[in-house]
Design a protein around this ligand. Structure first.
Ligand code: NAP
Length: 254
């Protein structure tokens, strides 16, 4: 994707990676629409960053997606980039249904059904644009399991395969599918992650991502160096060691 002159909707950009990407894209000459559930965050972002438009959206709710899509397209008929950023990550204990079922349902609804419904709401519009992009957001954990978050890992693996598959179906259209595959990045996605020194600082991550988008406008997957350890374990043949490295002795456990 070209890095300027786009109109970009990022549902899931009231904080973290989405907000940092929104600000970087705006600084590079794109029109950006920030989306999320938190009205107070949307109001603060609109006040702090003139030119950024905001739309309230709950991507776990089909009716909210439909009304937000209508609002975004009415205000921005030239929209040509959708970034399906919204996501949740929750710790679960799969030995006890009471400790995982609700979380698993929320995770799949937000992280998988959300992007599916968003793409359904925007794909016809995007196909009518001369040059359009859908950026999906998976994770290094789509490729290596992190023991505490089974549903999250599975939802991101599904996003990876969905991205691979719909890229084939949309190959002869104007719509490109780009999958962003973050490693651990310091955000509030999970308690303690923002302070975790082994996670990548958010500003460094965004700088590397934008550099990759710039260097390879046709890239299918955006992989910063740090994610390659998780992304390519199976291809390298050291998958078991990678699983062990991120899960410690826990990987051997029950
Ligand atoms: N940080 C990492 O280590 C990491 C690694 C790999 C992948 N990722 C992915 O990157 C994406 C952004 O995460 P982040 O790290 O930036 O965490 P974050 O700061 O918690 O951001 C999550 C964003 O998703 C939005 N969101 C969550 N549920 C939503 C819903 N039902 N409807 C609309 N928006 C919703 C939140 O906005 P509201 O609360 O305002 O709705 C927020 O803007 C996620 O898909 C995550 O899985 C992150």
């Amino acid at each position: 994707m070209n890095l300027s002159g786009n109109t970009v909707f990022i549902p899931g950009s009231t904080s973290g990676i989405g907000l940092a990407l929104a600000l970087e894209l705006q600084a590079r000459g794109n029109t950006v629409i920030v989306g999320g559930r938190r009205a107070e965050s949307l109001a603060r972002i609109a006040a702090e960053y003139p030119g950024i438009d905001t739309v309230q959206i709950d991507t776990a709710d089909p009716a909210s997606i439909a009304s937000a899509a209508k609002q975004v397209l009415a205000g921005h008929p030239g929209l040509n980039v959708l970034v399906t950023m919204a996501g949740v990550m929750q710790v679960e204990d799969w030995r006890d249904p009471a400790a995982f079922l609700t979380s698993a349902e929320t995770t799949v609804t937000t992280n998988l059904l959300g992007p599916i419904r968003l793409i359904a709401a925007f794909v016809e519009h995007l196909r009518a644009q001369p040059d359009a992009t859908i950026m999906t957001v998976s994770s290094g954990l789509a490729f290596t399991p992190f023991k505490p978050t089974p549903s999250y890992n599975a939802s991101k693996a599904a996003i990876h395969m969905l991205s691979e598959s719909i890229r084939l179906q949309l190959a002869d259209t104007s719509v490109r599918i780009v999958e962003l595959e973050p490693p651990a990045v310091r955000t509030t996605l999970l308690p303690g992650l923002e302070e975790n020194e082994s996670a990548m600082p958010l500003d460094e991550f965004i700088t590397e991502v934008v550099g990759l988008l710039e260097a390879e406008p046709d890239a299918k997957e955006i992989q910063v160096e740090r994610v390659k350890f998780l992304r390519y374990g199976e291809a390298r043949g050291d998958y078991d060691q990678v699983v062990e490295a991120i899960n410690g002795h826990a990987a051997q456990g029950n």
